[in-house]
Design a protein around this ligand. Sequence first.
Ligand SMILES: *Cc1c(COP(=O)(O)O)cnc(C)c1O
Length: 222
Amino acid sequence: MNDASPEQRLAEVRSTIEKAARLASRKPEDVTLIAVSKTHPVEAIRPLIAAGQRDFGENRVQEAEAKWPALRSETSDLRLHLIGSLQSNKASEAVALFDAIHSVDRASLVAALAKAMERQERRPECFLQVNVGDEPQKGGCAVADLPALLAEAAEAGLRIEGLMAIPPADREPAPYFALLDELAERHALPLRSMGMSGDYPTAVMLGATHVRVGTALFGARD
Ligand SMILES: *Cc1c(COP(=O)(O)O)cnc(C)c1O
């Protein structure tokens, strides 16, 4: 796996997604693979674009601003996802650059994003991040606060299409994926952003529509 080419790694991850989807009687094309390219230079990203990958994830606005304008000028149909926590004072840059924002998790950020979207007349797809493991150090709104935050986001005019979560690192992730799926279902949201290199097959079986995979595609980060 480690000396596999980027193309081989991509094929491997795609085939794993396909198998997991079929096991759960889901359609593989209902799962979007987001290649998480944070920390990796454009030279490492180009081979995946050449192999047909179109959705990419970054966790920092500034890093994405440095890398993606060049890549986008070479390939017009790329979709860029912000998967990391977002400060309200970067909302405007995030709205300008990203096609989807997975980390909407508090009222102040909802307000900042709504203002930026109105000004730019640009409406990236949004996911509300939920702190499914109730971890104090982690981003995401508390499960109990989700209905209120969803109402605020709708009121502000955000396009909330789904939920996102990162389960606790040291636990079996399946119950947390099942919880996120159930919360999305309850609020009639079609999308679920869940699953990373270590657990994306499980996430796909439990309803993920977007998996965020870095290490399995690019190798370890420094
Ligand atoms: C870095 C990151 C990922 C990718 O993690 P891997 O384990 O490298 O696949 C996924 N989601 C988020 C929110 C991340 O920050």
